[in-house]
Structure formats: C-alpha cells, structure tokens
Design a protein around this ligand. Structure first.
Ligand code: GUN
Ligand code: ZN
Length: 450
C-alpha cells in the first residue's frame, strides 16, 4: 500500500505498549511501539517507535499528532463475548438457584416473553450494549428472543453504540412450559427469514444475523432442518447450546433416539459448520470433540454460568488438545456477570478446580486465557481474519487500559513489568481501568452521549 492510495490515509497513531496474542504465542508484549490506524479503521502499521520519523514520511502523518500512552497504560485487543443473552440482562445477578431446565421455565421464558413490548426491549438492550462496551466487549454474539422487531432493535442499538455484533432471533417451537413463549414451526421459519432479510438490508458494517436454534430440546426436527438450510443457503453464522447439563443430555438422547449423540442431532440437521458456535459443551465426549474439529465448529466456554447453575466443569485443556476452536462467553444471565474479565477469572478457577480433582490436569495459564478472551473468541466466531490481535490489515478493536486510575482497584509496586501489570489487570481490574474502547478504529467508550 502506498500513501498516494486514498484508502490508506492515517487517521490515528498511538505510541506506547501493546499486548496481544498470536497463534504461536499466548502473550506477546510489544513495548515502545507505534501503531497507525487508517481511515477505514484498519491497522496500517505497527513498528518500533525508533522508526517513527521514517514511518511518518512513508505514511504522511504529523508526528505532533501521535497519541502517547501514559506510564502504566497499554493497549490490548478488544474482548470477545462469544455467547450472551441480551434479553436476560435485566435479571443478571439473580435467579441462580435452579438447574438449567427448571431455570428456563421458571425465570427465563417469562422474562423473554416480555420482549413483545418494544419499550421494555429498548430499555434493556440499550443498557446491555452500553454495559458490555464499558467492560471492553468490542464483539458480542447475542441471543435476543423469538421476537423479530425486538431482535432488529438489538442490532440497531449495537450499530448505534458502535459494538461489533452477531444478533440471533431465537427459534423455538417445542417444550416451553410458558404457553405465550413459543412459536409455531411455520411462524418461526417465516419470522427468521424476515429477520435475516431485514437485518442484512440495514447494511450495518459490523452487525450481522446469526441463525439461532435455542437448543435441541426447544426445536422440532423439521425446524432444525429448516434452520440448517437457511444458514447454509445464506452462508450465515449459527449459534446454539450443547451438552450443558447432564439432565439435558439424557433428554436429548430420549427425544432423538436415532441420533448417536447430542452432536449427532445438530450434525444430522446440517447445523455444524465452520461458522457454528456452540455454548457450554461441558459433557461432550472425545468422539464428539473429534466431529467439532472436523467440521470447524467452535465452543463458547461460559464458566460463570457452568458454575452458577451447577451445569458442569468444561475441560478446556482437553478441548484445545482436540484442536477445537474455543472462546469465552458470559452467558448472561445463567452467568451473573456481563464482563469478559469475569469470564477470564472463572475460566482460570474452573481449570484449577479440575487440577484439584486430578493433579495431572495441566492448568490453563493466565496468558492462555487472555488469548481465549481475544484471539480465541475471534476464531470461535470465524472473525479472526478481521479482529483478535494487532496484525496489519485487521480492524483496530482495542482497549486502552490504565492500571493506575485514581480510586481504581489496583495497586502497583516498584519493579513490576508489563506482564505483571497485565496479570493484575486481568485478575483485579474492572471498567474503571478501561479508559477507552475502540471498534474498527472508532472510539466508542467513553460514550459520546450519556
Ligand atoms: N439452553 C437453552 N436455552 C438456554 C439459555 O437461555 N441459557 C442457558 N444457559 N442455556 C440454555
Ligand atoms: Zn446461553
């Protein structure tokens, strides 16, 4: 690319410390670097700051305009939430006393039914988009509800506040004990078609539809097949839940006696592609993980939810050993926290609990979990050609972290280097430390409007 190419005008240049992951390094620390973002929001260059004079000539920017990070500040890639129910945000932090299937009928379906009311939807969806952005979620893969209009509204709000998002209108035509919260198969197919067409017609640059069968127990075989066809015909993302809780796995076996496993149910209905992300997977067998690998299907690891509603402990090490893509998810409101920083901590706790059970288990390191929260999430959503780390040509989705904010949650001591400072942020930090959030080069936090 040359500077005469109008598409590469440099919009912003940052100077300081950058931390990110690559496929071969869970943590790479780049100190004394300059990073240029072009006017399309893409990373144009990342180099040592000693080269700044020649870079400014090559790229035609004024060195006086470089934004210099303060001491104890760094940039890291934006956090990716690979599984969050925007519609459950209103009761996050509550209702964690029942196992999955009772939890759905008692708390979840009655609340989700309320999204027929667009004022209710607007209030909750505005709050969840803003809350997750403030906590550094630059990309979210959302479940909405069965309602087309409210699901479209979620897409509109993500676009308005500048969050990258996949938005799913939920599909479910059976086994809901809440009579006003289920669809007929025909209605579901028609509404899904219209949702996809209408969302694509908006041409939001970073908000796209995702085909969303709730899970095998909520969908008839014919609905699963229709959804597989819609996704494959339009090359769309797919999201659902799998093997979250043992009672659920047993019921799936009963309801789909012709299928060899839970994974086989989705396989037979053409729902397993390299754009599929399945939440939980706590009880998947190695045979099933092999199918995930072969098909390029990803797992969204939702450790807060897995513990909060007593579903199971996912062995991430085993998943990674099977070369299955894996990202982190909050799974609000089964998970009580909307923050991926919390998911990082719960993922480490879960891994340590597995080590307590079996000392031979190889505990995840904080660097590995940092990668899962960023690059891993981008791979799980098949967006790693666009986001996930600071590679030239990718979009600049990033957090400007300041570990030393006045009144903040972190104390530093002499001699602590970048690696320790990052570890402290991941374990102790919160939104007070996230000074700015960028999505595709645009600053989206602090918010322009209150
Ligand atoms: N399985 C089917 N629906 C849901 C849901 O809303 N939350 C969780 N955690 N699991 C599910
Ligand atoms: Zn979920």
């Amino acid at each position: 690319m040359s500077q005469t190419d109008s598409s590469t005008r440099i919009a912003r240049v940052f100077c300081g410390t950058f931390v990110h992951s690559t496929p071969s390094a869970a943590l790479q620390i780049l100190e004394n670097c300059v990073l240029g973002v072009n006017d399309k929001g893409k990373i144009a260059f990342i180099d040592k700051d000693s080269d700044v004079d020649s870079l400014s000539k090559t790229w035609g920017f004024d060195t006086a305009e470089i934004i210099k990070l303060e001491q104890y500040e760094f940039f890291m890639p934006g956090l990716v939430d690979t599984h969050i129910h925007a519609s459950q945000y209103s009761y996050s932090g509550t209702a964690l006393d029942l196992p999955l299937l009772e939890w759905l009928n008692t708390y979840t379906f009655p609340v989700e039914a309320r999204y027929k009311d667009l004022d209710f939807a607007n209030n909750v969806y505005t709050k969840v988009v803003k809350r997750t952005l403030k906590n550094g979620t630059t990309t979210a893969c959302y479940f909405a509800t069965i309602h087309r209009d409210a699901s479209l509204l979620l897409g509109e709000l993500a676009d308005k506040f500048g969050q990258r998002a996949l938005v799913g209108k939920v599909c479910m035509d059976c086994n809901s004990e809440v009579p006003h919260y289920r669809e007929s198969p025909d209605e579901c197919k028609e509404e899904t078609d219209r949702f996809i067409i209408e969302l694509l017609k908006k041409e939001y640059p970073r908000v796209k539809p995702v085909v969303t069968p709730r899970f095998a127990l909520s969908c008839s075989p014919s609905l699963l097949s229709e959804l597989g066809e819609i996704a494959n015909n339009n090359k769309l993302h797919i999201q659902s839940h799998i093997s979250e809780n043992k009672q659920e796995v047993d019921l799936v076996k009963e309801l789909f006696p012709d299928c060899k496993s839970y994974t086989d149910v989705y396989l037979k209905h053409n729902l397993l592609t390299d754009k599929t992300v399945m939440a939980h997977g706590c009880h998947l067998t190695d045979e099933e993980l092999k199918i995930f690998h072969e098909k390029g299907v990803a797992i969204s690891h939702c450790p807060n939810s897995n513990i909060s509603i007593c579903s199971g402990l996912l062995n991430v090490r085993n998943v990674l050993n099977h070369k299955v893509k894996l990202g982190l998810g909050t799974d609000v409101a089964g998970g009580y926290s909307p923050s991926i920083l919390d998911a990082i901590r719960r993922a480490l706790d879960t891994s340590k609990a597995l080590t307590i059970q079996d000392p031979k288990h190889q505990t995840l390191t904080f660097e590995e979990v940092f990668r899962l929260a960023t690059l891993g999430g981008s791979e799980a959503l098949s967006l790693d050609d666009q986001i996930g780390n600071f590679v030239v040509g990718k979009d600049f989705d990033a957090l400007r972290v300041n570990v030393c904010v006045p009144g903040g949650p972190i104390d530093l001591f002499p001699g602590e280097g970048t690696k320790v400072i990052l570890e402290k942020f991941l374990n102790l930090g919160d939104d007070r430390n996230i000074a700015e959030v960028y999505v595709a080069g645009k600053r989206v936090v602090p918010f322009l409007h209150a």
